[in-house]
Design a protein around this ligand. Structure first.
Ligand code: ZN
Length: 333
């Protein structure tokens, strides 16, 4: 059985792995995300990483199905001039414009990865692209805290706030691949303007750096979000209040998403979630104020289990191209 190729693109690193259909990682490597204004300079390490990883194996039966999870926004139908083909007609469509990789704007990542894979294996692979929040939801659905349910919302609380949903064993993609953008759901219509252009988004209150900034404004002197959770665990009143405030915003966003999609399992991961009850206790408490309709009153809030959910989610995407893994076959494919 040919393994699949999983690629996880983040602002600081890009992880590549060959994964089998049980989720075992057969081989992997990580390349740094180059801080550069030049799109090709950012892509070059990914190209050489793919050549190295794939070059360590034999590919007599062609290229491995490939799943890519990328920081967003993405456009699963996007193409750049001269690559990919016309909208809707090519399997190689898919562009990314990650907020944290400024050199890539409408970058034709799917076509470029397919070309790089073909260089080593002799054949272009099938490729499926999704957002990083979606891939984390997929990973937890396949092998993590949501492996026993068909529907879940995945939430990442870290330097940003992301999300994704699996509904009846299908990824909720939306038209462009950006559905369930929980971090930029407004929970305060009278709030300040967000970097996204909206007002009062979840991320403005619940992301780690925002809580750190709020705490420092009140005299707290720690370094980062992890520090802040430690202070709260030690009873620091400012840290406790700031986290409480951030988790109220997160709870409002999670409840809105759960209410809209009618999904009652929520898996929460990301750097800050590792702090445990310091985050989950206020989150659970505030949810009772927002998840009020009968069908979401008993939201099942779960701690994410996987350290590499994004990478395994990308593998799950790749497996779905051949009807393997935990996702149902896509409609119309
Ligand atoms: Zn926003």
């Amino acid at each position: 059985v040919i393994p699949v190729l999983a690629i996880d693109i983040g602002g600081t690193k890009m992880a590549l792995a060959l994964v089998d259909e049980t989720g075992a990682i057969l081989d992997q490597l990580v390349v740094p995300t180059t801080p550069s204004d030049d799109a090709e300079a950012v892509y070059a390490p990914l190209h050489s990483g793919l050549a190295t990883l794939l070059g360590r194996h034999e590919w007599p039966d062609g290229a491995p199905d490939t799943g890519i999870g990328s920081a967003g926004p993405i456009d699963v139908h996007g193409s750049a001039a001269g690559v990919g083909g016309s909208r809707g007609s090519s399997p190689l469509l898919g562009t990314v414009s990650p907020v944290n990789i400024s050199a890539w704007r409408d970058f034709p990542l799917v076509a470029r990865v397919a070309a790089s894979v073909a260089t080593t294996t002799g054949r272009a692979p099938q490729v499926r692209l999704a957002g990083d929040g979606h891939c984390i939801a997929l990973g937890e659905h396949w092998l993590g805290a949501g492996r026993d349910v068909a529907s879940l919302i995945g939430v990442v609380i870290s330097t940003g706030v992301g999300g994704g949903a699996v509904l009846d064993d299908r990824l909720v993609t939306g038209t462009t691949g950006n559905a369930v953008h929980l971090g930029h759901t407004s929970v305060n219509a009278w709030g300040e303007k967000c970097v996204c252009g909206g007002y009062g988004c979840v991320e403005m209150y619940a992301r780690g750096p925002a809580m750190v900034e709020a705490a420092r404004a009140r005299g707290w002197t720690g370094d980062d979000g992890i520090d802040l959770t430690r202070s709260a665990a030690n009873g620091d009143p400012v840290a406790t209040e700031v986290i409480d405030n951030g988790m109220r915003a997160a709870a409002a966003g999670i409840a809105a998403t759960a209410t809209q999609l009618d999904i009652d399992v929520v898996v929460v991961g990301g750097g800050l979630s590792k702090a445990g009850e310091v985050i989950f206790e206020p989150l659970r408490r505030h949810l009772t104020d927002f998840a009020t309709l009968p069908y979401v009153q008993h939201l099942d809030l779960r701690v994410a289990e996987l350290d590499n959910a994004g990478l395994l989610g990308a593998a799950s995407l790749a497996l779905s191209l051949s009807g393997r893994g935990s996702l149902r076959a896509e409609l119309g494919s």
